[in-house]
Design a protein around this ligand. Sequence first.
Ligand code: DGJ
Length: 742
Amino acid sequence: MSILFQREQGLLTLLTDHTAYQMQIGPEGYLLHTYYGRACAEDFRYLHLERDCGFSPNPYALSASRGFSLDTMPQEYSGSNGADFRLPCILSESDDGVLGVDLRYVRHEIRKGAFPLKGLPAAFAGEDGEAETLSVLLRDAATGLETELLYGVFPHRDVITRAARIRNGGEKTVRLRKAASACLDLPFGTWDCIDFHGRHAMERLPERVPVSNGIRTIASERGYSSHQHNPFVILCDHETNEDQGECCGLMLCYSGNHRTELELDQTGSLRIVSGIGERFFCWTLEPGASFDTPQLLLSFTSDGLGALSRQFHRFIRGNLCRSPWTGRKRPVLLNSWEAAYLTFDEALLLRLAKSAKQLGVELLVLDDGWFGDRDEDNRALGDWTPNLRKLPDGLGGLIRKIKDEGLKFGLWIEPEMVSENSDLYRAHPDWALRVPGRQPAIGRNQMVLDLSRPEIADWLYETVAGLLRENPIDYIKWDMNRAMTDLYSASLPAEHQGELAHRYILGLYSVLARLTEEFPEVLFEGCAGGGGRFDAGMLAFHPQVWCSDNTDPIARLRIQEGTSYGYPASAVGAHVSASPNHQTGRSTPFGTRAAVAMAGTFGYELDPAKLSEEERREVRRQISFFHRVEDLVREGDHYRLGAMEKERFTAWQFVSEDREKSLFTLVLTEPEGNPRPLHVRLKGLDPEKRYRLAETEYAGCLYRGDEKLPEVLSGAALMYGGLTLPRLYGDYPSVQILLKTE
Ligand code: DGJ
């Protein structure tokens, strides 16, 4: 039983192995939040003393005592236009002019299993089958608007999922201008907020700042979850570090506009409200109609940021990603993009395939440029038939020849987009989003198809399904390369135009659901100009996402480490590319590029013909080494190391669940003159076991080469004493150590 109801006290308590979450059906049916934190089966009502707070009004029926105000009591789901002046979860207007809602408890229900959502990805019970759902129904008397608060409890994951199902139970039409997934009131504590911001080719950089008075917003209104602000935030105590301290993560399972707001109020209480971005949102609910919000994943630990990350990693792998590929070994691939960009023909691709095969690569991915007259990026998106000048025997002929070389075949598509210069656009100019009477903004020479229209979503599904039915394609890279602007759908009635951005995402999810169900054996990799849509919503369909268009391994250290706070390495698309790097111009050792790409799905993005004989030998070694560690990376526990030494190096570790094996990696980013010893303490090992440093790979230079690592050490020694590494020298050297118990 992970959900308890104490009738007399009106308490509902959600219990996971290490956390507890509690709410109270309070006076007059207000649903109050009493606790979220370490597991503890107390009645937490004692924490929330009623007190008279000047200028914080009281509900009519409770006004005599003046002690109870919605403005000061922690709430489960805040209303609006009442006495709670803090962030609302719902902003609504009813046809009779009523603004906002005053939500009161009606009933609740406890069910077995996780809760699904209409048209939106949602977490499932997973292998252990352990999940329970609490549904609490609230109602606003004035409008009849009902809100069913849904809580999924995953006891062994220490995760609670939340969403709201809003139903118009009244007689008038209601317009929702805001419909948040959840609100979390944290009335006590001193908080830092960590968010993951960035830009194209520099995504998910963590920034930790103290929460201060007022409101802070972390949002994307770009139509996609975005490179700029990931829909994931962590709240942690000022004292919390990687290995200890309280922290709580909020991850929105959604790929469109999103908004997480934090308000530190007059009483020192912190409210976080998270859900769909509201700038252009307006959803019309006719009487009887309902609306599901996206799911929010909540996780708490008192064991620091590393433990919180691992909780999210396990949950995403075990309870969110539906692809059968999630737990499977992924093929080592070679992608044609940085090898040839748009300029290639069949002969070049076959040459890539032949040499890739010799090096141990298992899958050749044909990136952009294979269709229509796509010689430049200003045309042909939408014309998904092979360019016969580049591929005279069509896709079928090419795939046959690639498979004859002994490789699997992967294909790039960007099916949500259309070029103005394309047959598709000439045939259906109204399929692109644009405001009548206004020239649309153009991004990377392309426009966005209106996936809110079922006939366009169907076309998209049929187009991709057709490619997959007609050709033995093993892998799809699903790209998306521009933000959404000019919100206007040629088919939505005026009063529903504010639904477009969300309907687009629902259309996208419906296509992805159909495709992944029909083609479960196809490995899908998500992409949006690199990691612009690296979110839990996409990960429900795609087990991996191209992490960034930036393949410079040193830039990738920051990007991948930032990503690792919420998302597992099994989802991180990472490749070895040429040096100097195409995005930054920086030169790095070949082995360092591989060591960094091995913290993800691992592959190559270069022309093997340009490699020296020694580098070709090195590729074979890298691939064979990766095969020995890939299970660890994909399914092991991820530890970030050396937080104090960030200026000098980045280091991390993957540890198998049984703690028998571990891969340690360190990249030196800032060499010093007369350097201090390079020392790092390992984590996650069994202190009692003895670990052999079974394989060590250095990349770049060693200063003298005569400093030796010990051969066998106890887990205790490695974690408490640490390791002092031989002196690394030069530009961006690295070391990888594979440890195995004796
Ligand atoms: C952006 C992707 O992130 C790249 O890897 C590549 O596929 C290009 N698009 C192709 O246009």
